[in-house]
Design a protein around this ligand. Structure first.
Ligand SMILES: [Fe+2]
Ligand SMILES: [Fe+2]
Length: 163
């Protein structure tokens, strides 16, 4: 099946301007997002199974749902990297471990907060490059990440962190 690829280099005007977004820079940033999605998949798969204690059973089930959503995000991000002519990474960001349920939930909450911050930037950067459909895909992912953040903050009886 023919694949639509756009491999044109960034226009010189965009490249010349200091700090301007380019397609190559966007590929790098999306690869960081993909590494964060892989990290989230691993954390949710493992934490959902090892979290113990009656108080945490509901959130453990919820973490299983998150794992599946993170996988679908990883697929969307990998597709965007491929579309831009980049090579999707195979390396997750490191996953922390703990035998304490609360610590695991805190790691997840911190990661979701970092992820939300990154995707907000990414929406703006996609739009700066005229990649409006890509920005729309990332907005959809962002909605899921905000739900994840709320689930985790609620399970920890905390306010949702300001991002
Ligand atoms: Fe995600
Ligand atoms: Fe998430």
């Amino acid at each position: 099946m023919a694949k639509k690829k756009s491999r044109e280099p960034s226009p010189p005007s965009a490249a010349a301007k200091d700090g301007a977004m380019t397609r190559d820079r966007l590929i790098e940033l999306l690869n960081e997002d993909l590494a964060r999605e892989f990290q989230a998949i691993i954390a949710y798969v493992v934490y959902s199974q090892v979290i113990k204690g009656a108080a945490y059973m509901a959130i453990a089930k919820e973490l299983e749902v998150h794992a599946g959503e993170e996988l679908s995000h990883a697929l969307v991000i990998a597709k965007q990297i491929d579309y831009l002519g980049g090579q999707p990474t195979v390396q997750p960001k490191p996953v922390k471990t703990s035998d304490k349920a609360e610590a695991m939930l805190r790691f997840d909450l911190q990661n979701e907060t970092d992820t939300i911050r990154a995707y907000r930037d990414r929406v703006r950067q996609c739009e700066e490059l005229g990649e409006f459909a890509m920005a729309e895909h990332i907005r959809e992912i962002l909605m899921d990440e905000q739900e994840h953040q709320i689930d985790l903050a609620t399970a920890l009886s905390e306010d949702v962190p300001r991002t």
